[in-house]
Design a protein around this ligand. Sequence first.
Ligand code: MLT
Length: 258
Amino acid sequence: MSTLAVHAEQPVTGVPLVLLHAFPLDSGMWDEVARRLDGVPVVRIDAPGFGSTPPRSEAGLEAFALDVVAAIRELGAEQAVLAGLSMGGYVAMAVAEEAPGALAGLALLSTKASADPEPARAARLEMVAAVERGEPEPAAGMLEKLLGATTLRERPDVVDRVRRALAAAPGEGLVWAQRSMAQRPDRLAALAALPEELPALVARGAEDGLMSPEDADAMADALGTDVVEVARAGHLLALEDPATVAAALADLHRRATA
Ligand code: MLT
């Protein structure tokens, strides 16, 4: 049995739409998207150390990716439409490399296929060190990077929600995720190797300061699709514009199951 916390809105029949969350949030990040996906068998999975999935001492997105595939099979499905936002996208790309046959469709939101440059890797390990030193709220400084200018200016409810999530981010989850993301390889070739006809979606917020237009273009080119650019939204697309994200995912799921 997989040790992952797997949340399904309803009994899963057919091809599930599996949602993988961003760092350092949990599957609750998808609440507003999931409630707009009536009729789609939505499944949400918490990453190790976040939400209700127990922490792991060994870093590696690949082991988590294989556990996601095992969880899909435990639901009785051979394949799933996998949708990952940011860190969730890194995990979905690890599935694309390790178990491409498990994919009925792939959505990559606010993410990138490239590995970290050295300064980004060092910043991740600095957060790990901050957790280990026992510093309070080591992820709190991420707020302005995760949300777009429009959300920061006009959506105090979303800002407050993310601020609270960052303050509550669990230390063991932070350590596992930052170490895992720091060691992930470039996965553009794994995307290009997927079957040409695989239904795919690439989306980024127009105000995302973390993932560049070039990152999105590279993934879209590898997958043979176009980038959906979401206006007035930053990095946390699922919280900043859940209606657009839900509509795009419903369309992808329809294409994958037609
Ligand atoms: C995320 O939103 O999951 C993170 O910003 C990803 C990252 O740190 O690369």
